[in-house]
Design a protein around this ligand. Structure first.
Ligand code: HEC
Ligand code: HEC
Length: 496
């Protein structure tokens, strides 16, 4: 059953309370010059740019709004999905205007959610997707106006052409400053339960408010960052008009965060060779009416052949193959990917953390990335532990970072939260030795039987669990990861 959405019911009121509370609390002080330094906004001014109550007369009327609707492939009746020609499809949808109860037929955009993503990214009820909102979010995403010096945009560090990353060890922000973290991909970020490597932002809307006020990313450190971003947006008539249409308000921080998040939810990647082989397997098992629902090398051979025929340079290029040249390698490559896939969920236990459609459990684990000489350095970042609220800190999460998805790895090197692993081979070598020894190593990375043996002898030790992969097995795993490479974003999403 559908519960009424308490958050969306409360949101306008609580915003009103905040705005009014500040206006009443500080309004009387507005005339006092010393209250804020010259040029600094008052708390009331800041509140007014943070959020505003919508004027329905300025919004696009319900009947003219264009909802964006995700269509995932339903295996029992795949026709609706099959019939969509592209990622972004124009169509019509019947709706009931909530204000009048009248039936209206609206234009709609139907998103063909890429194969392998069996659910749509969740959308907060207070931020429904519409075409105008997504396009406003895209404009903001690519616009350097968000940064104080007008030189940095979200796309500077999350460039769609570079797998929505910057392909740097750690990012370079405003005034060429180096940050300490590797920029994760925005692809499929709508599926994460929490955002950032340490999960400090609950949603994309919260996350998007971070960079504009970060002094090593987009802010010059002078004055109130979001007040200034909004002031710049309000000087631009195009933005004023677009925000009015979508939100019925002038540009605000609340609306800007919502629009950017709406755009990011459409940065989807899937349809990898592995997804295609899984579909081929299901079709095969159905046709044969028997057999386990597990892929075999034949399924990979089939989809590789199809990729060669279709000259799918993206999927083939990820494997280092070239159409018109490497057809002879199909059987060998198919067998290697299949072996890698089996290792992933058996001997190498990768799927104890990299699970689900996006290959992430959205949980936090310490692999020892950042550990030195068996210890967690005293001045090092504390990972998830550091981000948890006081009173809720979990000591098993020191140095633990969020499990990243694995669908664009060919485009997103270097890897890990600090960009410390340059290649997939290096990542596999790290796992093969059980991660980097440190006192906080995740239980899932530890050799618990060996630790118990040691304990019997009175030794308290953390013993990393080696995977004992052969060179061939390491190569198979790497090839499987490359076969997870998804389609790039279509131009309507990827091009400013
Ligand atoms: C200077 C480079 C830089 C800029 C500019 C930047 N980011 Fe990031 N972004 C990063 C880095 C680095 C991280 C990881 C930081 C961390 O986890 O502590 C990150 C994290 C994220 C995440 C979390 C993804 C995940 O898997 O947890 C999202 C989403 C994101 N950024 C979107 C944006 C948006 C939207 C903008 C523009 C408003 C933006 N970024 C601007 C570098 C940047
Ligand atoms: C205990 C949970 C766990 C297991 C098991 C695990 N991973 Fe990870 N994986 C993570 C976490 C957490 C990170 C990020 C760690 C960090 O940055 O500190 C990560 C990072 C990665 C990355 C880097 C991705 C990027 O975008 O930076 C790759 C590739 C990867 N894992 C592949 C694998 C493979 C292959 C296996 C099996 C051999 C595996 N993982 C096993 C949790 C796990």
């Amino acid at each position: 059953m559908q519960y009424p959405n308490i958050r969306s019911m409360l949101a306008p009121r609580s915003l009103l309370a905040v705005t009014h509370g500040l206006a009443l609390g500080f309004g009387a002080l507005a005339g006092i010059k010393s209250f804020a330094a010259d040029g600094d906004p008052t708390p009331a001014q800041i509140a007014e740019t943070a959020a505003a109550l919508p004027d329905p007369a300025k919004m696009t009327p319900f009947s003219k709004q264009v909802p964006v609707i995700f269509v995932t492939r339903d295996p029992r009746k795949p026709e609706a999905w099959n019939n969509l020609k592209e990622f972004w499809n124009k169509g019509k949808v019947d709706s009931v205007d909530p204000a009048t109860g009248e039936k209206v037929t609206r234009d709609a955009v139907f998103i063909k959610v890429p194969l392998g993503l069996n659910s749509a990214p969740p959308v907060p009820p207070e931020n429904p997707l519409t075409e105008e909102k997504v396009m406003l979010g895209k404009k903001l995403y690519f616009d350097t106006v968000i940064s104080s010096n007008n030189k940095v945009s979200c796309a500077s560090c999350h460039n769609p052409a570079l797998g929505y990353t910057d392909q740097m060890k750690t990012s370079t922000g405003i005034f060429d400053q180096k940050g300490g973290m590797n920029a994760p991909t925005v692809f499929n970020s709508g599926y994460h339960l929490l955002q950032f490597w340490n999960g400090r932002a609950p949603t994309l809307e919260d996350q998007a408010q971070g960079p504009p006020q970060n002094p090593v990313e987009m802010h010059d450190g002078k004055g109130n960052p979001w007040y200034q971003v909004v002031a710049r947006l309000r000087k631009n008539p195009e933005y004023v008009e677009a925000f009015a249409k979508v939100f019925g308000t002038p540009p605000t921080r609340d609306a800007a965060a919502k629009a950017i998040a709406a755009y990011e939810r459409l940065a989807l990647t899937g349809n990898s060779l592995v997804d295609r082989a899984e579909l081929a397997m299901r079709t095969r098992v159905e046709e044969e009416g028997e057999g386990k629902p597990e892929t075999n090398a034949g399924d990979f051979t089939k989809v590789l052949k199809a990729a060669f025929e279709a000259k799918d340079t993206e999927a083939l290029g990820a494997l280092g193959l070239q159409a018109g040249k490497d057809e002879g390698k199909i059987a060998e490559v198919a067998a290697s990917i299949q072996r890698g896939k089996e290792l992933f969920s058996n001997k190498a236990r990768c799927n104890s953390c990299h699970v689900g459609d996006n290959y992430s459990d959205s949980q936090f684990h310490n692999l020892g990335v950042g550990a030195k000489d068996g210890a967690w350095p005293a001045n090092a970042d504390l990972g998830r532990f550091g981000a948890q609220e006081t009173g809720h800190k979990d000591p098993t999460l020191v140095g633990a970072y969020k499990t990243p998805g694995l669908r664009q790895l060919v485009s997103t090197a270097p890897y890990m939260h600090d960009g410390s692993e340059g290649t997939l081979e290096a990542v596999i070598a790290l796992y093969n030795k059980g991660g980097n020894l440190n006192p906080h190593l995740s239980n899932k990375m530890r050799d618990e039987p060996a630790e118990r043996e040691a304990a019997k002898n009175g030794q308290k030790a953390v013993i990393p669990r080696k995977l004992n992969l052969t060179k061939q097995e390491e190569a198979d795993l790497v090839l499987f990861l490359k076969a997870l490479q998804g389609d790039p974003a279509p131009d309507i999403i990827a091009k400013p």
